[in-house]
Design a protein around this ligand. Structure first.
Ligand SMILES: Cc1cc2nc3c(=O)[nH]c(=O)nc-3n(C[C@H](O)[C@H](O)[C@H](O)COP(=O)(O)OP(=O)(O)OC[C@H]3O[C@@H](n4cnc5c(N)ncnc54)[C@H](O)[C@@H]3O)c2cc1C
Length: 343
């Protein structure tokens, strides 16, 4: 294990932002973490955990220690007539775990196909796509307490999962380095294809779902057609979260904007943030969608995605994000919140 000084992270965040960090270390084994705990650079510095860097925006250099999760391994813990319990180390890429699952014909995470990033970061924002969230199949999360130097296991209910939210983003932010995750996947067919875009795609292409790989392939195809690949255009996926409002508030908005798309969820109404952004712009009559300013912009196919066309600073991206937030607030009175972690 080697602590590196003045390390540049431009290749380790999908926004491609060039930032320097004071110290940088890669964790390849759980023993590395224990060893790191006794090192002065660890004790004396602010710490930042990093996986694939696909949900972070660096707005300035980081004057602390970045700990990169490279813990590898996927194992089947238990296998009964209905379910399979899979323990996956946090440094594995999420897509590898989805592949592992669908290759074995298991059901549960096929809708989360091609979500970028590591398994260790997946519970942090309770990744979700096409009607499924990791919380639906999660058994427990193993983590290393960086203050006490001890391991802790969080059962699902202790993770306090919400929409793109968990305890690891709130009260335990920066305290627990997630080392492994155990999922309970189903052997029995358990398809979840009610999500409108997925349903439409299956119907249009006359695809009959025979196994979980069929779902994973369909989701993969939809994602590739809609979302920009960070290897081609730097981005961090959806920059903003969708907005949830009370039914009464939505009814008032609907009177003014009858065309406003909405989804009923748990006694609240979800309004797609992408639509709100498309309906606003830098000046009246122009939409943010496809807007470009200097090195940054809003993706032409997906208004939720902010992009770095090359050479942008994190501050430039943040400044565009703030302009978008203000315009949505001015027009609809709704507050957009970033999904991406601002560092
Ligand atoms: C093109 C694109 C599409 C995307 N689509 C989706 C989508 O459909 N659904 C969705 O939910 N997300 C999506 N995302 C966001 C992203 O993929 C997820 O948030 C993913 O879980 C981030 O993983 P990561 O390893 O890159 O995390 P990072 O960006 O490295 O870190 C994210 C946060 O987690 C913390 N963290 C990282 N590792 C650990 C750890 N081991 N222990 C504790 N904290 C840690 C970091 O400090 C940071 O706060 C997308 C991103 C992109 C670029």
């Amino acid at each position: 294990m080697k602590i590196q000084k003045n390390y540049n992270l431009s290749k380790l965040n999908t926004f491609g932002i060039s930032v320097q960090v004071k110290f940088f270390v890669e964790i390849n084994t759980e023993a590395d973490l224990k060893e790191l705990f006794n090192i002065k650079e660890f004790k004396n510095n602010e710490k930042l955990f990093l996986g694939g860097g696909s949900n972070v925006l660096f707005t300035k250099d980081f004057n602390g220690l970045v700990i990169l999760n490279k813990l590898k391994g996927i194992e089947i813990l238990k296998d009964n007539s209905n379910d399979v319990f899979i323990r996956c180390m946090g440094g594995e890429m999420w897509y590898s775990l989805v592949d592992f699952s669908v290759e074995r014909g298991l059901w549960g995470i096929e809708n989360l196909s091609l979500v970028p990033g590591t398994v260790g970061a997946a519970p942090v924002q309770n990744i979700g796509a096409y009607g499924v969230e990791i919380k639906d199949v999660l058994e427990n999360v193993e983590a290393f307490d960086v203050d006490m130097g001890k391991n802790k296991i969080f059962q699902k209910e202790e993770c306090k999962f919400g929409y793109r939210d968990s305890v690891f983003k709130n009260e335990f932010k920066g305290k627990y380095f997630i080392t492994a995750v155990t999922l309970k996947l189903s052997k029995k067919e358990n398809k979840n294809i009610n999500y409108k875009i997925l349903q439409d795609y299956l119907e249009k292409n006359k695809i009959e779902i025979k196994n979980s790989k069929d779902v994973s392939d369909a989701v993969g195809a939809i994602r590739k057609s809609k979302l920009p690949d960070p290897k081609v255009i730097h981005n961090a996926g959806s920059f903003f979260k969708n907005v949830f409002v009370k039914v009464s508030e939505f009814e008032k908005l609907q009177k003014i904007y009858p065309e406003m798309p909405h989804f009923d969820e748990d006694e609240m109404v979800k309004i797609p943030a992408g639509w709100l952004i498309e309906e606003c712009g830098p000046v009246n009559g122009i939409s943010w969608k496809g807007y470009k300013k200097g090195n940054v912009g809003v993706h032409e196919k997906q208004a939720l995605v902010l992009v770095n066309y090359g050479g942008a600073t994190g501050e430039e991206v943040l400044s565009l994000a703030n302009e978008i937030i203000s315009s949505v607030k001015d027009k609809f009175g709704l507050k957009l919140s970033p999904e991406v972690n601002l560092i």
